[in-house]
Ligand binder design. Structure first.
Ligand SMILES: [Zn+2]
Length: 70
């Protein structure tokens, strides 16, 4: 599984004085009406626990999951 590029900003976008982490999470998520389950790249703040993804990280996650459609 490829690793998404580091983003230009490193700090939590939700206002914490804290840097986010890039982690792989087991998730079920929907894309184009299909439900997928598997490892997904997410950027996660260790303080507020909020997470977000980018188009790039989702593209990599989707490539990894293309055979795991539920
Ligand atoms: Zn935060």
């Amino acid at each position: 599984m490829k690793t998404p590029k580091e983003l230009k900003f490193k700090q939590c976008p939700f206002g914490c004085d804290c840097d986010y982490e890039l982690v792989k999470e087991d998730q079920k998520f929907t894309s184009n009406g299909n439900v997928y389950q598997g490892k997904r790249w997410v950027y996660k703040c260790p303080e507020c626990k909020k997470q977000f993804t980018t188009t790039e990280s989702d593209t990599i996650s989707m490539q990894n999951l293309k055979n795991k459609k539920l």
